[in-house]
Design a protein around this ligand. Sequence first.
Ligand code: TYM
Length: 333
Amino acid sequence: PLRIFSGMQPTSDSLQLGNYLGALTQWVALQDGNEAIYCVVDLHALTVAPDPSVLRERTRRTAAQYLAAGVDPERSTLFVQSHVAEHAELAWTLSCLTGYGEAARMTQFKDKSAKQGTEGTTVGLFTYPVLMAADILLYDTNRVPVGEDQRQHLELTRDLAQRLNARFGADTVVVPEPHIVKSTAKIYDLQDPTAKMSKSAASPNGLIELLDDPRRIAKRIRSAVTDTGHEIRFDPEGKPGISNLLTIFAALTGRSIPELEADYEGKGYGHLKVDLAGVVVDWVTPFQARVHEYLDDPAQLDDVLEVGAGKAREIAAVTLERVYERTGLLARR
Ligand code: TYM
C-alpha cells in the first residue's frame, strides 16, 4: 500500500466544484488499498487573516465536506493541521533549506503578492509552500492527490526532500509524487473558461459552490459562457466553454466524453446545459444533506478529528525525531 496525503484550506464556507473534481474524488478513490491521510490545513488559512470564529467554523465545515464526499474515517486518517504541532516544527527546518529565490519563484506567491502589494504580503504567504512540503514529508508520503495548480508546490516539495536526503542520508524522507488526474486536473470558471475555477474569480457567476442553493447552482450552469458555433464537441482549444461542461458532466456521471458527444449530436448548447444543471443538482442535494448531518453534531465531528490527530501525531513524531536527529539538533531526554 502507498501512503497518500493531501489537504485543503478552510478559506471559505463551501468547497467549490474544482476542489471536488480535481482533488476530493481522487482522495476518496485512493482510500482503497492505500493508507490515506487527509488534513484540513488551518495553519495555511491564516495567510488570509480570517476572523477567528469564522476560521473555526470553516475548519469544521471543510472536514464535514470531506466526510460527505466519502472520506471514511474508519479507513483513512482525517485531522486538522494545527492539532499536530510537528507541521510547524518541520516547516522551520525546511525553511532553512529553501532558497530565497526558490520560494520567490512560486507562481501562486507571485500572483497573490502582486495583488496584495509588498506591505500587504506576509512572510507566511511567502513560506506557505514550505509548510505544505512539511505536511507532505512528515508522513513519508508516496502520492499527493491534487489539482494542476499545486504541481509547482509539489516540485518544490520533491526538491526539498531530495536535498534533505542528499545532506543527511538517503532515507531521511520519502520523495513524494503528485497524483494529478489529467481529465479533471483543472476545472474552469463558467464565465471565463480560460481561467481555473476559484473562489477569488472576477465574477461569482463562474463559480459552483457545493453548499450553495441548488437553484442558484443550476442557474449558474445554465448561464455558463459557451463558444461560437453550435456543435457539442470536446475541443479544449477551440471550444473551452463546452469542453469544460463536458468534463464536469463526464466526471459526475462516470460517462465517457465520446459517449456524451454522441448523445448530444445535433442538439444545442442549451440542451447540454439544462441536462448538466440537473446532474449537478441531483448530486449536490444529497451531498448537502450529509454535510448538514455532520454539522448538526459538532461534538461527534470533533471526536473524529481528535482520533485522526492522534493517529497523525504518531507518524509525524517519528519523522520529526528522525529529521531533528540527523540535522544535529541535540536529542531531548
Ligand atoms: P486549495 O485549498 O486551494 O485547493 C484544494 C484542492 O483543490 C484543487 N483545485 C482544483 N482542481 C481542479 N480544478 C480547479 N479549478 C481547482 N481549484 C482547486 C487544488 O489543486 C487542491 O488539490 N496548497 C494547497 C493545500 C495544501 C496541500 C498540502 C495540498 C496544503 N498542504 C499538502 C496537498 C498536500 C491548496 O491551497 O489547496
